[in-house]
Write a protein that binds this ligand. Structure first.
Ligand code: 6FA
Length: 772
């Protein structure tokens, strides 16, 4: 489901299970053994080492960043506010450094309560990046805060992609960070007996510490840890979203030794999440559990979104299924038809729809008391639809009926809480001893010897030597990292169009992982993508309760007291459902002789309203009108130099007939709405022609977050990326099981269809000879 709400600036930090630092002995800094954390997206490392005293008030720190990082900062506490922020940036081949502190979400000012000394011999700026090694004195406590030099305090990092305003000036102002994150710094394991001798040997001066002294000392008293032992797996699955969780469950159920790797952390309480609204403190009702908090995903603290795409994508356990509206549509037979691009052998949609529904039952009365809440917009919209010849149905009981039908929005919520694959497939996997789940581990590439994959390269050196996790003999890797994540891994692995592999090759963090050009596999990764174009119509009607437009300041901080109390008591009421209340479908013929399907999603309230005329924001509702099955437009996605996923060619309305057809559907709705008494169209307003409204629609607002097709399935390696067994062409043992393989959009919001395709994909993978 698409939302037009913008992501607001980050305003707070989260308390969730965090990644932890690991040991890093720096040969460039006298082999001092630091605790080090590397952020998985930008590749910036943050390190600390202390004297042997467990009550030390100083440390030696390092920030090491690849080229392209304009500035980076280490906050000495789990948040940007009221904690000293140690920052550095390169300028003309030298480093400029500063200590700052911020009391609000404003420009941090200079902080003078500590002493910073750059250790020149270990610091540098060169062609691959920059490194700042520094001594920080009087640094473990400050007015209003402190951290434990002998525990696992939470630290925060910040990254800026834009240079500070006056790079030569340590007091320069700078724009808000582009990204930030948190980790647990294991300071208890960061005390090194060579600390003082390193400093005595030259630290803090403009010359390097004498190499012989520091090398000798550390060699005798700082044994390096043995390399991490790697466990080989039959199947390594990358990404715990809709596709990956199903794949992992089916393969572990079949007795295979399975590793599921997720780059993000917990989501629902069951997975360890504890992002709980103030009104539910003391309960397990996290943002990801409570359906009515869906709209709060789009403001405030946004640790759950992937930071390396321009579009909304969930980077946490459950992937998109933990952050979406959970609209749940069992796939139609047409969705898996050859006409929709599936190879023959994929046409058992009915069978797999019932498997999915058996494990994750659909409900259109999400409140466990069986009552429907906030139904006013439903009642108004059916007055629009009935004169157009629509019939009311229980949609998932009639999954193949998608023409002129409407019904209550269906979800896979259970007992008033988000369920989805996390509370079903992942739960059963976790009970098996042959299944292992890693969170906060980022897979950079698959490691291959020509056509044979030998394992995956991660950013986590604790999971294997240099972060490598191997496969067992005949083992297989399945990429389920989503429509943007899977292509990124393929590009870094030398698989895809040449231009994208070259972009990955030039990236300072992952470029060295790209194999030699002689083993690149040229496939149309990123081409053929689709996403539903969607347009919002906003109406006002006196009977409608806009539910405060789902404003986060209300639903997260100050909900209607009776509704919050009802949910806390029995998981019932408005908070037991997400915002949508009604869905409808209609087949529309186009001037090109093709049929396209229109889907509508109706919800009380609106994210943004455009009109010159007064309106009552407490009585508005939105109809989001999408074009789905049958659309002909395709776009292309790829990466930029920072490996950020983006649309190289927007997928919406590339074929003008898609726009013509959607305009036809919108016109039918608007015309029929005219006969509903007291109903006013607010956006587009009466001065704005529908065609102009659609022509001027911001393309990014047209996005529905239903991306598919970036590693399309097919029968030819010139037009598809995976074969009919979901195996990547040109490889022996690399598969893709996620939204990327979908050849064309399904009829409805896609996560159930993706899960059904994952069920069938695993059946085919298991049946394929040569595997473990
Ligand atoms: N689909 C529906 O059916 N109903 C909806 O209501 C609905 N709404 C939304 C919505 O409101 C939003 C805001 C979004 C973003 C999507 C919505 N969708 C809806 C779409 C649906 O959620 C997605 O189509 C579906 O989740 C896609 O499933 P995939 O398996 O293809 O991909 P996911 O994004 O779910 O999972 C990928 C996982 O891989 C993530 O957990 C990610 O963190 C992980 N990952 C990515 N790169 C990785 C790497 N390099 N290493 C390790 N893990 C990685």
């Amino acid at each position: 489901m698409r939302l037009s709400l913008a992501v607001a600036a980050v305003a707070a930090y989260a308390r969730f299970a965090l990644a932890q630092s690991t040991q890093f002995c720096d040969s460039g800094a006298g082999n001092l053994c630091f605790q080090s954390f590397t952020d998985p997206v930008h590749g910036i490392s943050f390190r600390m080492v202390f004297p042997t005293s467990t009550t030390a008030t100083e440390f030696i720190g390092e920030i090491e960043a690849p080229t392209g990082v304009a500035w980076a900062g280490l906050a000495l506490g789990g948040g940007m506010l009221n904690n000293p922020l140690l920052m550095a940036w390169p300028n003309n081949g030298a480093l400029v450094t500063t200590a700052r502190i911020a009391a609000g979400y404003v420009q941090p000012t200079a902080y003078t309560g500590l002493t910073l000394t750059t250790i020149a011999g270990s610091s540098h700026v060169n062609s691959t990046g920059w490194k700042w090694t520094f001594r920080c004195q009087n640094c473990t406590s400050w007015s209003g805060g402190s951290f434990d030099p002998n525990g696992t305090p939470v630290m925060a990092w910040a990254y800026g992609a834009t240079p500070v305003f006056t790079p030569a000036d340590p007091n320069s102002n700078f724009a808000q960070h582009d990204d930030f994150g948190f980790w647990g710094m294991v300071t208890s394991a960061a005390h090194d007996a060579n600390y003082q001798s390193f400093l005595n040997g030259g630290g803090g001066t403009t010359t390097a510490p004498p190499t012989s002294t520091t090398t000798t000392t550390s060699a005798t008293s700082t044994p390096t840890l043995p390399p991490a032992q790697a466990t080989p797996y039959d199947y390594i699955i990358v990404g715990a979203g809709a596709g990956g969780i199903v794949a992992a469950d089916k393969l572990s159920q079949a007795g295979k030794k399975v590793l599921l790797i997720e780059r993000g952390g917990p989501s629902t309480a069951e997975t360890g999440g504890n992002n709980i609204p103030p009104w539910a403190k003391g309960t397990n009702d996290t943002r990801f559990d409570v359906p009515g908090l869906f709209e709060s995903m789009f403001t405030g603290n946004t640790f759950w979104w992937c930071k390396d795409t321009n579009f909304f994508a969930g980077c946490l356990t459950g992937g998109g299924t933990s952050v979406n509206a959970a609209l749940y549509w069992l796939p139609t037979d047409d969705d898996f038809s050859t006409g929709n691009g599936w190879p023959s052998g994929w046409q058992q949609a009915g069978q797999y729809a019932s498997i999915i529904n058996g494990r994750m039952p659909s409900t259109d009365t999400p409140s466990p008391d069986g009552k429907l809440y906030l139904q006013e917009s439903y009642n108004v919209v059916q007055q629009i639809l009935k004169p157009l010849g629509y019939s009311e149905l229980t949609i998932n009981s009639n999954r193949n009926f998608k023409d002129h039908v409407y019904g209550h929005s269906a979800y896979n919520f259970v007992n008033g809480k988000r369920a989805g694959p996390v509370a079903t497939y992942l739960r059963t996997s976790k009970a098996r001893s042959n299944f292992k789940f890693l969170q906060y581990v980022y897979v950079q590439s698959v490691v291959r010897n020509g056509a044979t994959i030998t394992g995956v390269q991660t950013n986590d050196t604790t999971v294997g030597p240099n972060g490598f996790i191997p496969l067992t003999k005949n083992g297989r890797v399945i990429l389920s990292a989503g429509s943007f994540g899977t292509p990124r891994i393929l590009f870094t692995s030398g698989i895809g169009p040449t231009d994208m592999i070259q972009v990955a090759q030039k990236n300072p963090t992952v470029g060295s992982l790209v194999p030699a050009q002689s083993s690149w596999i040229n496939l149309p990764v990123g081409f053929n993508v689709q996403d539903n174009p969607s347009i919002n119509l906003i109406f006002q009607h006196p009977t409608v309760d806009a539910y405060d437009n789902w404003d986060s300041a209300v639903i997260w901080d100050n909900p209607r007291p009776a509704d919050a109390a009802q949910y806390l008591k029995s998981n019932t009421g408005p908070f037991a459902g997400a915002s949508p209340r009604l869905n409808f479908w209609q087949a529309l013929g186009g001037p090109d002789g093709k049929t396209r399907w229109m889907q509508g999603t109706v919800r009380p309230g609106a994210g943004s309203v455009t009109t010159k005329y007064p309106y009552d924001s407490s009585k508005i509702f939105t109809i989001t009108v999408y074009l789905s099955y049958g659309i002909t437009s395709r776009g292309r996605i790829g990466i930029d130099a920072a490996m950020k996923g983006q649309a190289l060619v927007n997928p919406w309305f590339q074929d003008p007939v898609d726009k013509t057809v959607l305009l036809d559907g919108l016109n039918q709705i608007i015309n029929s709405a005219k006969q509903v008494s007291n109903l006013t169209l607010v956006t587009p307003d009466k001065d704005t022609a529908l065609t102009d409204y659609v022509n001027n629609y911001d393309p990014s607002a047209m996005c529905s977050n239903h991306w598919i097709g970036s590693a399309k399935i097919g029968t030819s390696n010139t037009t598809s990326v995976v074969d009919s067994n979901t195996k990547v062409w040109g490889t022996n043992n690399l598969f893709v099981v996620d939204a990327s393989i979908w050849p064309s959009l399904p009829m409805g919001n896609p996560h159930a269809a993706i899960m059904a395709s994952a069920e069938l994909a695993v059946a085919k993978i298991l049946a394929l000879s040569g595997g473990p």
